[in-house]
Ligand binder design. Structure first.
Ligand code: LLP
Length: 417
């Protein structure tokens, strides 16, 4: 959605001080554009809201793992929440100190665990007993100091969010049950090369109320109460972001107010992803064709589900607006379907979007696309992934932070036999 960085000035959509059309003139479309100023402001907003808990903020790289973006957040003081060895590698390349990286994930392979331990990363969030045993063995074999481990708790609480991004209910594959955690904590001598130091939970993304989180955190605290050596509580990510102007969501302040009284005697870690990058980014696409059939109007664009899969995968809503509004001022809005060229009926970026009459060659911006956009892009239909550009924190300078893939990039891994 529009905000202090993504806004119109003289009928032209800007990213901070730069008109989007200036960037697009160089990059072409489709292209992701980010405001690093907004990214840093979002990071600071979270820090300020939770200030009473002095949380360690580990940006969740899965939301957007562009190297320049990671570097910008790392330089601002953020740690990184990585969910694969690939993300750890990216975080290290971007300048993260190994001990500021948390390694999470439901199925870490032995190779990934060995890599993480060799690199000396700070924390591992453990999701099953086999993983704990592996960490114990690998650490012993490497003759290393034990890494700090947080046990990921599945509190069996259903978060109020889209079912595809809820993770805290009993039937989900995530985390350890209360019973297993009790058993591990009561038998710590089984894992002499593991430093059990924290508890971790993440009940879902885009959380619509604070109460489920409060209940989950309380249940986690009850579990660790008999074990005073466990001083760290990692409360995951999930802080929500408005995708529509009329979304009613709890504020950062409400989450902080709810949780601060519970957590004030603990070291607190947060893993926000979406709330840092979503509204700092957008996807610009060009209209290729306008088509009317079966009583429907379609704008067929050069952007698709391969750049932004969220609408196809979660029926997610993203506001779609013209990049230039000047020539449309007096024309009525009419609902159109904004679709891509991919051979899938679900390749829709927006259904029944209110837009002025628009023509081939004109630009549309798909808003709030900074999180889970580029990272989930694919090469389906042999579509090169789009470039990324960023307006730097000064608000005036912009840079390409990833080039557009080429057809040759797409062929590079194939072997022709
Ligand atoms: N920590 C853990 C353990 C997670 O699983 C996640 C997200 C996060 C932190 C960051 O959550 P956030 O602050 O971004 O809500 N692709 C989906 C979202 C998947 C979220 C997966 N886990 C989407 O586009 O909505």
């Amino acid at each position: 959605m529009l905000n202090s960085s993504i806004r119109y000035q003289d009928h032209t959509l800007f990213c901070d001080g730069v008109p989007l059309k200036d960037i697009v003139a160089i990059t072409g479309t489709p292209v992701y554009i980010y405001s690093f100023k907004r990214v840093l402001e979002n990071y600071e907003r979270i820090r300020t809201a939770f200030a009473a808990l002095k949380p360690h903020i580990h940006y969740s790289a899965k939301a957007n793992a562009n190297l320049s973006l990671l570097k910008t957040l790392i330089q601002a003081g953020a740690g990184i929440d990585a969910v694969s060895a690939g993300e750890i590698h990216r975080a290290l390349q971007a300048g993260a100190a190994p001990d500021s990286i948390v390694f999470a994930g439901v199925g870490k392979t032995p190779n990934e665990l060995a890599y993480a331990l060799e690199q000396g990363i700070g924390w591992i969030n453990v999701e099953n007993i086999g993983e704990l045993q592996l960490i114990n063995e690998i650490t012993k074999a490497l003759h290393r100091e034990p890494a700090q481990v947080a046990l990921r708790f599945n509190p069996d609480i259903t978060a109020n969010t889209h079912p595809h991004i809820a993770t805290g209910h009993g039937g989900a594959k995530f985390g350890l049950t209360a019973e297993t955690i009790r058993d591990i904590l009561e038998n710590q001598e089984r894992y002499p090369h593991v430093h059990l130091a924290g508890i971790h939970l993440h009940i879902g993304s885009q959380l619509h109320d604070t109460d489920a989180t409060r209940q989950a955190v309380q249940a986690a605290l009850d579990l660790i109460a008999p074990h005073p050596a466990i001083r760290t509580v990692n409360i995951g990510g999930g802080l929500p972001v408005a995708y529509r102007p009329d979304d009613t969501l709890p504020s950062l302040g409400q989450f902080a107010e709810t949780l601060t009284p519970l957590l004030k005697d603990y070291t607190v870690m947060l893993e926000p992803g979406r709330s840092i990058v979503a509204d700092a980014g957008l996807l610009v696409v060009s209209i290729i064709y306008v088509k009317k059939q079966a009583g429907q109007a379609f704008l067929i664009t050069d952007g698709s589900m391969t750049e932004l899969i969220r609408p196809a995968l979660y029926q997610a809503h993203h506001e779609i607006v013209p990049v230039m509004t000047g020539s449309h001022e007096h024309k009525p809005l009419s609902p159109v379907n904004v679709v891509g060229p991919v051979c899938e009926t679900t390749d829709v970026l927006g259904k029944q979007v209110s837009l002025p009459e628009m023509f081939p060659g004109e630009l549309l911006a798909i808003l709030t696309a900074g999180a889970y956009g580029m990272v989930m892009a694919s090469n389906y239909n042999a579509r090169p992934r789009p470039p990324e550009a960023a307006v730097l924190p000064d608000g005036r300078t912009w840079r390409m932070i990833r080039r557009r893939e080429t057809w040759d990039d797409l062929l590079a891994q194939d072997e022709m036999v």
